[in-house]
Write a protein that binds this ligand. Sequence first.
Ligand SMILES: [Zn+2]
Length: 316
Amino acid sequence: MTPILGASTLLDRQSEKRSDREYIEALRKAKDTLYLVLAGGKPVVDASEDRTEAKIRWFDRAKADELKLPVADSIFLGVERLEEGGVGPARFALPISEHFARAVPGGREQLSPFVDLRSLASQGAMSAEELSLIGQAAALANWHHNTRCCGRCGGSMSSKEGGWKRECWACKHHEFPRMDPVVIMALTDGERLVLAHEERFPAKMYSALGGFVEPGDDFIHAVRREAKEEVGLDVQSVKFVGAQQWPYEHSLLLGCVGQVESGELKINTTELADARWFSRDDIKLMMEGKHPDALWVPGRHSMAYKLIQDFVDGND
Ligand SMILES: [Zn+2]
């Protein structure tokens, strides 16, 4: 199975119970509750020696207390859905700093290795289910880290509802975890596909075009607008392929195929370093790492890869 970051179905998130403080506190103390530790946003994992297989290293409450982990700051992810029906133990995300993981007694042995989610996903060393769970945890932990102050009055904010809400102590303004919708699009004339290189990409990597869905857009309009703005193409029809959470930038990627008339690309150089039409044969070489100019495409865990693979397979 190709690991792709999706929505985890392992847990029942119990959104209706998050506001019950006593319930969440009881789960935090339960013996069978498990904690996923994120050190500087990176999950602590158990990895095989050759690093080809990795699993989340779960910590129970006794172990978390022994390591003096800040359990009060943990974020409720949900309770396990049991195969026979009903629900099982709770799972929480527990964010700490990398410094804490190294400095706390026992940390160097028990809180390492912690591995960047992007590497885990691109190496294909972890199951899609576990990657999705880490994606959920990392997105929430990142949001807490970046939402310390109230956007309305500048006061300090604190975590509420098991970590699914933050509240300003001064004006009581609330903020909720957010996902920013982004369209990512395969623009094709049927025979060729437009792929682009941005300055921020690794050298020689080409990917599908993308852009934020702006206020006043719907996603179809966003595809048409971005295609025109970035490469000067008019999109005739738009097909929605699927969505993927992208926790690195708290984005929700909306994968689309845009049918276009073939034509000269007018590249917007403020957004793109380069953009080109690629044939199926060219793209196959890029996917296999055999392109004569060493051009390549994003890894298997990404929505861009799925769009590109669909094009090569003729599924557009
Ligand atoms: Zn405020």
